[in-house]
Ligand binder design. Sequence first.
Ligand code: UN1
Length: 494
Amino acid sequence: MAKKDYHNYIDGRWVPARSGKTFENTDPASGEYLGTYPRSSPEDIEQAVDASVKAYDSWRKTPAPHRANILARAAEALDRKKDEVARSMTREMGKVLKEARGDVQEGIDMLQYSAGEGRRLFGHVTPSELPRKLALAQRVPVGVVAAITPWNFPLAIPTWKLGPALVAGNTVVFKPSQYTPESAYHLAKALEEAGLPPGVMNLVYGPGNEAGTPLIEHPRVDMVSFTGSSAVGQGIGQRCAHLGKRYHLEMGGKNAIIILEDADIDLALSYIIWSAFGTSGQRCTAASRIIVHKAVIWEVTERVVEATRKLRLGHGLEPETDVGPVVNAEQLEKVQRYVKIGIDEGAKVLCGGQRATEGALSKGYFFQPTIFGDVKPKMRIAQEEIFGPATAILEISSVEEAVAVNNDTPYGLVTGIFTRDINKALAALEDLSTGIVYINAGTIGAEVHLPFGGTRGTGNGHREAGLAALEVYTEWKSVYLDYSGTLQKAQKIE
Ligand code: UN1
């Protein structure tokens, strides 16, 4: 393919990195070249932050319904290009086309939902303890937000951050993963086409340690919102705490599907395949543990292995493909490493377990969908996030044991529980300690108007999406308006 140059978007202009340095975007299924992008360094970050600071005052004073109209137009622009954007996403990160379309749709939904907030952004009006005094609390923006986003949902996750941040009146510097730069380009382009004023959203490309670190540390960046690995997230959290910055982290998961003895097994099986191997298991919501009652474990194991063996690996643009590649060599090695760890710990590989290299697959980062049997709850493969097409089957003998196993990992994002007994399901719901619970559904498919996030090591207590996102991207301003014309003291002071 001929050379295709993309640029940073700073202060409303498309510009190369000051240093002239670049990196290449390639297709993980074929190795094919897709484009050349700026490799930003601190001087580019400086410019982007300057532009955000400069744009902030007039953006925060722009009435929220007007800010919202721009987001609604950006949603329309993406909707018009949905297929093109989805195709470029499949090419750059590998997920199959129908899932890439879902990712773009989630981005459109989030922009529309955020636009709706432009006519709400509710605060509270509350009685004062004194006469002739109005007491209220309103939401105000935080300032300049750094949005650092991963490659697994290259359009949806950026909109989870940009949508609420922008409608609330913040300006943004957006640093997407270096593995999915083209999806970020499409989002920036949609915002530009929608009429977003220069400097309100600036896009800078580059690896985390070169472009991300100076952005996080920049004194004029007021808050950082990060989605990605726990290792990187924890480092960002520590850095921000040290610098006294607000931060929001969305990190790993070790999610389970629980199948009780009275479950609809056919339904549960189709959800296991979808939740474990969708996006090649590279979702923070992927089902990487299947916790099954001993009465049905043989049937579930046999049928899930049979269905997994039938999955067709291939390029995500080919209609017959069920599972695409993983995103890069590092992810491939990580899955390979965990297969070895699992075997060393005494687990059995029931299917998969190896890199797939038949025919054209040898050109990409393909890994056979893998299922581990004989897994014990404390094994590393049942505790640590693998982030690839691999899942572990664990046996339990009661709903109480299932809940205990579910809750005992360093993460707390999602659980799916299958049972036909409503009492059991609701009793378990009370005790499951993850941030999201599905009853008679798998672990993936969260909708944008509900809070998204988890407990324990999954995050730092915040939630994305839904109303909860506003807590992340706004500060509270309490207002007391005294119209008594007299000296009035609160707390009963005479
Ligand atoms: C993620 O895996 O990082 O619920 C996000 C889901 C998607 C979002 C997942 N709507 O799986």
